[in-house]
Design a protein around this ligand. Sequence first.
Ligand code: 3EB
Length: 335
Amino acid sequence: MKSTLLPAYAPVSTFRSPGDAHRTTPEQHTLGVVTFTDGWARPRLRDGHPEVGLHLAGSSGDGFAEVWISPRPVTGGEFGDITYGHDGEYVFCATHIPETADYPTATETAYSALLELLTSLGYPQIFRIWHYMSDINADSPRGMEVYREFCVGRAKVLERHGMSHDMPAATVIGAHGGGIFLYLLACRGGTQVNIENPRQVPAYHYPSKYGPKSPNFARATYFAPDGPGRIFVSGTAAILGHQTMHHGDVERQCRLALGNIAQVIGTGTLSAYDLEPGHGLADLDQIKVYVRRTEDMDRVRRICREYFAPTADIVFLNADICRSDLLVEIEGIVA
Ligand code: 3EB
């Protein structure tokens, strides 16, 4: 458990319509904006904070914006291909790797730059990271899947920095275009516990049949400022042990993914980390549900409605998932 300077507040996000993404009040400053619409845009500064555009919505009407809010004034900046916003306690960083024939090298370069920036700005502690990539299940010119090539580049950087087995909650999901987009949240300090799911082999130990380098992420991250903590739940799918279950059956995959989340945020798992009380699926918010096949969207919506709070922020996105046999993946945050 890491625990240094305890920040005064926890960063929060809201889902809004894209047109409403930049609304601020004197008490609410914008740390970063991620739009999910029918086109992509590389990270840039807009009104002094970072904004990045991901192509994940099917049409212009069903897009949304994930907006990270801070009660403190935000300073924006750029460092090479990275755009960032920070407020003295937290930093939001976004970067972009254009489409390339060499994702291992490009990923290494991008991750190295991120780690260098976080060190120099003084926010070394990453507690959540998201990656969206086009052609995630396609083969590279070397004949390896793009996702696996990304994992090779990521693993190399983290090995060099001694961080291979000490990563936070993450998402890696397909996008409809643009190469690889990464965004993350990091802090100066705070209580952080990276959590594994007892039903799943830690991704760090996946066998090599899933790729030459294992993925580096935790199933969830507990993060606490000077007050109640939050649990950031990684993109979670129908995996037991290291195996994909229920091939071709979206309903059973969806229920298993939900069960895996219930396990990771429940009392049984959290008590092993001294993080009681546990939580249930009705406590999850800022939920993103990724569905591989458009024809499964309604079915997945109906199943999710059985478990999640009617007041939760929830979006359903048509996207590819990092294993070609996975049909659905779900992430969220317990406040
Ligand atoms: C899985 O459980 C599904 O490579 O960082 C989910 C979240 C997945 C993050 C990553 C991969 C990653 O293996 C895939």
